[in-house]
Design a protein around this ligand. Structure first.
Ligand SMILES: [Zn+2]
Length: 313
């Protein structure tokens, strides 16, 4: 039985070192972070999915072009990554506008249809499924079921519904991406077992990530569930620290300490070049267990075809 692994990358101008969005970071991501990922994926014969913000693609079109010769998928990570313009605070109309603009930017650069989406900071609302459907998207990967670290991330209360979200990829409800339903958007959740299988957790605790991946591997064996890993090329770059104080985004003090300060300090752990061997350790682990590494789009196509075959017979 084949086991699938979906390696996904969110490409944006977020500086984890300086807790802000910066074009300078975008340039280092393109010149240093992306080549590190591409080299690692080539070594293990991985076809991965890269979700780009429209902003970084427009500012640095080469960051999109550089993945094309390897057969990786170009996905959409919204138009911008500003937290006040996240999808969970945008109206339906603004979501459609952002999706159309970023889809257009990406498709012009890669000359292919872009059908996969991941919301910046995984923040979505009830309007998002419809906005995605109405702009030609088919796949979403903004839900991380049963992770409990959402209290450390933004929009945490809205993410409570993740606790009961399905773990196997599914067609979503037209008003809720975290729920199965009759909508046309196919959800491919970020794998998680209490914690998400992500670069952040990999860097914060090499021990915890071993537990997460062992459980996910077991699930993949038993249930055919794909394993989805999430990393950012900006996690692999070193930058000079320019800020003295963490920007306060949260409204109350409790949320400030949890959501801003603690999160900032955790996010610095094993950041930059130190993260590279940790990434190789993940890929080596998955490679040894004979996962087939494919893009989200190809996984979707395989599954849809299988469904069609099953319905016919
Ligand atoms: Zn992001």
């Amino acid at each position: 039985m084949k086991k699938y692994c979906l390696i996904t990358n969110d490409v944006e101008t977020t500086s984890l070192w300086n807790h802000c969005l910066s074009d300078k970071t975008g340039e280092i991501v393109m010149k240093e972070g992306m080549p590190l990922l591409l080299e690692a994926y080539q070594k293990y014969n991985i076809k991965a999915t890269f979700f780009f913000t429209g902003y970084i693609a427009k500012r640095f079109p080469d960051i999109v072009k550089m993945i094309l010769p390897y057969g990786h998928e170009v996905g959409c990570h919204g138009l911008v990554h500003d937290s006040d313009k996240a999808f969970d605070v945008l109206s339906y109309k603004d979501q459609v506008e952002h999706l159309n603009q970023s889809k257009d930017i990406l498709e012009t650069i890669c000359n292919k249809e872009v059908i996969s989406f991941r919301a910046p900071a995984l923040r979505v609302n009830n309007e998002t499924p419809k906005a995605l459907m109405d702009t030609g998207f088919k796949i979403d990967s903004s839900v991380a079921p049963q992770r409990i670290d959402m209290f450390l991330s933004f929009g945490s209360l809205k993410k409570l519904k993740w606790l009961i979200a399905p773990r196997t990829p599914y067609f979503t409800d037209p008003e809720n991406l975290a729920k199965k339903g009759k909508g046309s958007i196919f959800e491919v959740p970020v794998s998680s077992f209490l914690l998400p299988y992500s670069g952040t957790i990999m860097r914060i605790s090499p021990l915890l990530i071993k537990m997460v991946r062992a459980e996910l591997n077991l699930e993949a064996l038993i249930t055919k569930r794909p394993v989805l890993f999430l990393i950012h090329p900006n996690e692999l770059i070193n930058e000079e620290i320019e800020i003295m104080n963490v920007n306060r985004r949260a409204k109350n003090y409790f949320a400030y300490i949890l959501g801003d300060k603690l999160r900032y300090h955790l996010k610095l752990k094993n950041l930059g070049k130190k993260a590279v061997p940790l990434l190789y350790d993940q890929l080596e682990y998955l490679h040894k267990r004979n996962y087939e590494f494919i893009t989200i789009k190809d996984y979707y196509k395989k599954l849809i075809n299988n469904e069609a075959i099953r319905q016919e017979s």
